[in-house]
Ligand binder design. Structure first.
Ligand code: ADP
Ligand code: GLC
Length: 496
């Protein structure tokens, strides 16, 4: 099949979280299966310097963006057979520090930046020699593409446009802007209705995509069932539950070529379930690097996370404090809300040798924490999929997670299946519930046979991308068999 993916983050070129990992791996494994794959992503500051093999592509982007005429270019690289990445070059929009925000918050021109990005995706989908059969979009930054494609199909002479699939990686980020920004699309205002881009009077990128895409997916089966409820739907539960084709949940995978303990340039010593002494060496090296007391016997809880409410940063901060009277250690790598950054930094200052907090983004340290820790703590309030818990399973570092979304689907605790137990789950999004789970972990830590079982089961769990790519292949094939639905007809012209 000929498939074009589009994303605002793509590992190894750009990443703030799991979106980059997911699309990078999906592209890689679809290409490995022999599909012709293209990926469209912005050319952010520093990418060309880091990857000098990226070459200019003879392509001119030139669109009306509201009343302004904006041009851009395209750069390209072929990282492997069957895979080409197209970088959208628009220096005013993308050559700046940060992907979505600067030091003072979200960039004020995000609507302009990502409308331009969506128009670029459509231009490539229409005119590239690849002529994709499927355009697979990811998150709100690509949400206008289905509408733009369908409009060109109905009015712009695009005879046989590709089918479009939209994957929602996180419903909490919808790309909501004031209504006037809809003019950037240069589409008729009839689309600014409840049937497409309007929601509660605002312009909503993600909703436009959800309403028009041929198929909506999300990144775990449990999150797919959660987002049609008010608790998790972020206001869009009714829209999501009324879709012609129900939202499909496909659990993300792990790229084991990168996230493994046997051949990993970031680790001090390789190890696997038969050679766990290597894990001990990684723990001691990590403690040394982070200034923790170098003690193999002290249970070490670790976390790598965006420091935001979604991830339960507040629950963690509170629950860990209760534990620190005991002989335990805690190490965290994260970046996010200033309040949490300060809270964790203060905790580290108060407990030298016991708590280590690194504020920032550090890929190598993320691997070392997964390998050197004894338990990975992930108390997310909601978690569409979550990758770190799957990485930690492979690294023999049992995860402690809240029983929600992709965490529920990837971690097995004693209540789920005592024979396959590989982690600890708790239900209530409260620090007291997390505290109980942490105490349970301490009991496990001091019971070597039980700890060994959790580690072995976790290291054996198989979330390989090869399997996940097959699920997407099947979905694309199903989509191709369906009749193409008509574009929902506008209800009222709100501009009148
Ligand atoms: P989310 O995408 O919601 O942040 P995921 O668990 O899906 O959560 O993915 C997070 C990814 O980002 C993982 O690869 C993780 O290692 C990485 N990551 C998050 N924060 C940092 C950080 N501060 N430094 C390095 N890597 C990080
Ligand atoms: C989002 C979600 C996370 C998911 C990732 C990749 O960032 O918050 O749960 O793992 O996307 O799909």
């Amino acid at each position: 099949m000929r498939i074009l993916l589009a994303t605002s983050e793509l590992h190894p070129y750009s990443k703030t979280g799991g979106l980059g990992d997911m699309v990078g791996a999906l592209a890689k494994y679809l290409a490995k299966k022999g599909h012709q794959v293209g990926v469209v992503t912005p050319l952010y500051r520093g990418i060309r310097e880091k990857f000098p093999e990226i070459k200019r592509f003879e392509w001119l982007l030139a669109f009306q963006l509201g009343t302004e005429f904006v041009r851009g270019g395209v750069w390209t690289i072929q990282p492997q057979e069957n895979l080409t990445v197209y970088f959208i070059d628009q220096p005013r929009f993308f050559d700046r520090d940060g992907i979505y925000q600067g030091s003072t918050g979200d960039f004020v021109d995000n609507a302009e930046r990502f409308t331009f990005f969506c128009k670029s995706i459509v231009n490539l989908a229409r005119y590239l020699p690849l002529q994709p059969e499927i355009v697979h979009l990811h998150d709100w930054q690509t949400g206008l593409v289905p509408l733009l494609i369908r409009h060109d199909f109905e009015t712009g002479g695009w005879g046989d446009p590709p089918l479009h699939c939209l994957t929602v990686h996180n419903l909490a980020y919808q790309g909501v802007f004031e209504a006037s920004k809809f003019a950037l699309c240069n589409l008729p205002w009839e689309y600014f209705t409840a049937a497409a881009a309007e929601f509660l009077g605002s312009f909503n990128f993600l909703k436009a995509g959800i309403c028009i895409a041929d198929q909506v997916t999300t990144v775990s089966p449990t999150y797919a069932s959660e987002i049609v409820t008010p608790e998790f739907g972020c206001g869009l539960e009714a829209v999501l539950s009324e879709l012609r084709n129900p939202v499909k949940g496909i659990l993300n995978g792990v790229d084991y070529e990168e996230w493994n303990t046997r051949q990993n340039p970031h680790l001090m010593q390789p190890y696997d379930s038969g050679h766990m002494d290597g894990k001990r060496a990684n723990k001691l090296a990590l403690q040394k690097q982070l200034g923790l007391s170098e003690r193999a016997d002290a249970p070490l809880f670790v976390n790598v996370s965006r420091l935001v409410e979604q991830k339960g940063a507040d629950l963690q901060l509170e629950a860990i404090q209760w534990l620190l009277d005991l002989d335990v250690q805690f190490a965290l790598l994260g970046k996010g809300d200033a309040l949490f950054e300060e809270g964790f930094s203060m905790l580290a200052a108060k407990h030298p040798g016991k708590v280590a907090v690194t504020i920032g983004y550090d890929h190598a340290l993320a691997h070392r924490l997964e390998a050197g820790g004894d338990f990975f703590v992930m108390p997310s309030r909601f978690e569409p999929c979550g990758l770190n818990q799957m990485y930690s399973l492979r690294y023999g570092t049992p995860p402690i997670v809240r029983d929600t979304g992709g965490l529920a689907d990837s971690v097995t605790d004693a209540r789920d299946d005592a024979g396959k137990v590989n982690g600890i789950k708790f239900r209530e999004p409260r620090s007291a519930a997390l505290k109980q789970a942490l105490f349970k972990a301490l009991a496990v830590y001091h019971d070597q046979p039980v700890l060994g079982r959790l580690r072995r089961n976790g290291m054996r769990a198989d979330f390989a991308w090869e399997h996940v790519a097959t699920h997407y292949e099947t979905l694309y094939r199903e989509m191709k068999k369906r009749p193409r639905p008509a574009l929902p007809k506008p209800e009222v012209d709100r501009s009148a």
